[in-house]
Design a protein around this ligand. Structure first.
Ligand SMILES: C[S@@+](CC[C@H](N)C(=O)[O-])C[C@H]1O[C@@H](n2cnc3c(N)ncnc32)[C@H](O)[C@@H]1O
Length: 218
């Protein structure tokens, strides 16, 4: 069991569920880049970990030169690792990795609304459906009209939590582009498009509460 979020990331080396999830998330990032409008592509990633989903996709993508991204992550060691990767990819002018609180709206000023919003590894770390609703509602601050939102949600005790997420996305004015379960069958990955209007100010400064812990991560 991982004792912190840095150790949790080591599970990518051994857990098929996480490896398959990463593969699908990268496919969805590539799809979003393929279908982004011409010109600059703004990306934000919440609770970004070490940024391996986006940083593993950009080097092979023809639209990489158009990307301006802000990744927000609390764990300083993961941020350090991500920044080193950004530097080695020569993307320091395009990607900022903020060591800060992803639940705070202030950390997206100047970066939101975005064309692509990455919300991976978060929904399973919210206290309940009210908190999920709060975050989905606040996505209208982070996303442009027509933006892509990429998300993941693990299943536990045989409960298909990703179905609940899909239902709420529909209710909040998102169109589902695609949804896949990992081959392991217990992790949902989705890509939705926001059809509503973007709002300039969120209802609350705190967009959601991340209450999960790494040894129970879902
Ligand atoms: C389940 S991991 C997911 C990481 C990454 N998105 C991925 O899919 O590989 C959750 C991440 O959220 C980070 N985190 C937890 N609370 C946070 C907060 N308030 N602000 C920013 N990051 C936070 C943790 O440090 C951890 O890296």
């Amino acid at each position: 069991m991982p004792k912190d979020w840095l150790e949790w990331h080591d599970l990518y080396n051994s857990e098929p569920k996480l490896q398959q999830r990463l593969e699908i998330v990268r496919q969805y990032i590539a799809y979003s880049l393929d279908n982004a409008p011409t010109g600059n592509i703004r990306i934000v990633s919440l609770c970004a970990g070490d940024g391996r989903d986006l940083l593993g996709t950009l080097p092979n993508h023809p639209r990489a030169k158009d990307v301006y991204a802000r990744l927000v992550e609390l764990n300083p060691q993961l941020v350090e690792r991500g920044r080193a990767n950004i530097e080695s990819l020569g993307l320091t002018k395009q990607i900022e990795f903020i060591n800060g609180d992803a639940t705070s709206a202030a950390n997206y000023l100047g970066a939101a609304p975005a064309d692509i919003v990455i919300v991976c590894g978060i929904f399973g770390n919210l206290a309940d459906e009210n908190e999920l609703n709060r975050l989905l509602e606040n996505l209208s601050f982070l996303t442009k009209k027509g933006a892509f939102v990429l998300w993941t949600r693990g299943h536990t005790h045989g409960i298909a939590y990703s179905e609940i997420v899909r239902k709420y996305f529909r209710e909040f004015g998102f169109e589902e582009i695609d949804f896949q379960l990992t081959a392991t069958g217990d992790m949902g990955v989705g890509i939705h498009r926001y059809l509503g209007e973007s709002i300039a100010t969120p209802k609350q400064e705190q967009l959601f509460v991340f209450s999960g812990v790494p040894n129970k991560a879902r």
